[in-house]
Design a protein around this ligand. Structure first.
Ligand SMILES: *[C@@H]1O[C@H](CO)[C@@H](O)[C@H](O)[C@H]1NC(C)=O
Ligand SMILES: *[C@@H]1O[C@H](CO)[C@@H](O)[C@H](O)[C@H]1NC(C)=O
Ligand SMILES: *[C@@H]1O[C@H](CO)[C@@H](O)[C@H](O)[C@H]1NC(C)=O
Ligand SMILES: *[C@@H]1O[C@H](CO)[C@@H](O)[C@H](O)[C@H]1NC(C)=O
Length: 239
């Protein structure tokens, strides 16, 4: 069963995001525009191929609630750049911990570890982090209500065996599911544990907006839409 981005718009979740998360849809797209032509449902930016010393990650490609890739290794000095779609919902790249997959990583006064990086809610931008300690697994998630609980998480330099693998992390997030705590909007945070942002999010350099008619009909799974409906209901009760 497929739903278009227009159907999602009808759920008014973007309004919820705007009201509760301070997200202003970009002027070049999003769901707020008066135009409902196909250009309003512009294709998501597609991350360019990764290369030596850098990894490019698609955020919610095709409307799917995933990072792609979501699980990879990156040595010290690697620049990991997240490409946020320029249409549809906003998303975040927010560092968390294996213990609490859907909770932003707080500073730890006993170890001196800093708080995690956070892109805050974004669309149509790119956000880069620099790997500063490849001996530390870097866990992250999307803060939009229920996205983490639906498995929108990622890991860099996670162990490939043992108890704290990427798969275990994602399973933990999905076990939280609809009980995911509502997260603070939070400001953009550049510092992080094992990685830090090189700058605040900037407009996507490799502007897309071209072609891609097949991705206009963004496809979401039934469960994702159910969750969006749930979020819309939360909006109703919180309003
Ligand atoms: C801080 O780090 C220590 C050692 O890893 C850990 O036992 C403790 O739970 C952490 N505290 C918080 C608030 O995360
Ligand atoms: C990444 O961090 C390293 C130090 O950990 C630094 O030497 C390097 O210049 C940084 N790269 C960028 C592009 O900021
Ligand atoms: C990466 O940098 C961290 C922090 O300086 C260091 O502890 C670690 O050994 C480095 N990794 C490698 C493979 O040298
Ligand atoms: C991704 O995660 C799985 C299981 O958590 C692991 O076995 C695999 O090696 C990981 N892939 C990469 C590229 O790290």
């Amino acid at each position: 069963m497929y739903f278009t981005t227009a159907a999602i718009s009808a759920l008014a979740l973007p309004a919820f995001v705007a009201a509760q998360y301070g997200y202003a849809p970009p002027s070049n797209g999003g769901n707020s525009g008066g135009s409902s032509s196909s250009s309003a449902a512009a294709s998501a930016p597609t991350a360019p191929p990764s290369g030596n010393g850098f990894v490019n990650v698609d955020v919610a490609p095709g409307g799917n609630l995933v990072y792609s890739p979501a699980n990879f290794t990156a040595p010290n000095g690697t620049i990991v750049t997240f490409f946020f779609p320029n249409a549809g919902l906003s998303h975040t790249v927010t560092q968390s911990s294996f213990i609490d997959p859907c909770t932003p990583l707080a500073a730890n006064s006993s170890t001196g570890a800093p708080a995690g990086f956070d892109s805050s809610f974004q669309a149509g931008v790119q956000f880069s982090i620099n790997i500063t300690n490849d001996q530390i697994p870097i866990w992250f998630h999307c803060k939009l209500p229920m996205h983490c609980g639906l498995g929108m998480v990622g890991a860099i330099n996670a162990p490939t065996t043992g108890s704290n693998t990427f798969d275990a992390f994602q399973a933990k997030a999905m076990a939280i599911g609809q009980n995911e705590p509502v997260e603070s909007t939070g400001p953009i945070a550049l510092g992080g544990f094992g990685a830090s942002a090189t700058a605040s999010p900037t407009n996507t350099a490799t502007a897309s907006g071209s072609g891609g008619s097949s991705s206009d009909a963004t496809r979401l799974t039934t469960s994702a839409v159910t969750a969006l409906l749930g979020a819309a209901l939360i909006m109703t009760f919180c309003a």
